[in-house]
Unconditional design. Structure first.
Length: 210
């Protein structure tokens, strides 16, 4: 896909996420790999009102080369690209259900949301660990995220929100949406004893859909 097409897709997906309440105010940021570097949402921008020409452009070393000043979370996105060579896009949201799960002290930090539904497993994967709290924009978060992303397509930042990678921008956005829905189900079912997908069912999904 051309860079112009990626810019337009970023604008339309950002608007769609914002319109459906996955992001409010200027929360969240999105990046996508292009031929000679990365496109990234500008800092303090609303995902609902991005402009294709203003989107930040970074070179392959994540240096700002054009457009508005990039998100202060550049290192968060970089951690995913460094850990996961197949990643073509990264989406960070403060979507409320996933963020709520990241505020619960009594969940399994290795994998707080169990395999409740097939699409969560297919889009987000086998597990999604929690990364301890860091102040937004704190570069110290980078190594912690990179370490967690070595074995997971998505991580949940404690008391902050999810960070999700995908092979394409559309894949990463779909995974972020599935993660939010799975978090809602998890919260609805707290205190119940839901039937989970079995390990064999999880492996069957990953073997069939990747
Ligand atoms: P930016 O506006 O710098 O992208 O930060 C928003 C955010 O979501 C911080 O985590």
């Amino acid at each position: 896909m051309s860079e112009i097409a990626q810019r337009e897709l970023l604008v339309s997906l950002g608007a769609s996420l914002f319109a459906r309440g996955f992001s409010v105010g200027s929360a969240g940021n999105i990046s996508v790999k292009v031929a000679d570097g990365y496109l990234m949402t500008p800092t303090n921008s609303s995902l609902g009102r991005l402009e294709a020409a203003q989107i930040s452009k970074l070179d392959r070393n994540f240096q700002h080369v054009a457009g508005d000043k990039p998100s202060k979370e550049v290192f968060m996105h970089r951690a995913f690209y460094d850990a996961r060579p197949e990643a073509g896009a990264v989406v960070h949201l403060h979507s409320s259900a996933a963020t709520a799960v990241g505020c619960l002290p009594d969940v399994d930090p290795e994998n707080p949301i169990p395999p409740l539904t097939p699409y969560f497993v297919m889009r987000v994967g086998r597990r999604m660990p929690v990364v301890p709290y860091y102040r937004p924009g704190d570069p110290a978060m980078g190594p912690a995220i990179q370490q967690a992303a070595m074995t997971a397509r998505a991580v949940l930042l404690a008391n902050h929100g999810p960070v999700v990678s995908g092979a394409t921008l559309l894949d990463a956005v779909y995974a972020a949406e599935e993660l939010e829905e799975a978090a809602k189900l998890f919260l609805m079912l707290r205190g119940a004893a839901p039937r989970l997908l079995t390990p064999a069912q999880v492996e069957d999904l990953l073997g069939t859909f990747g």
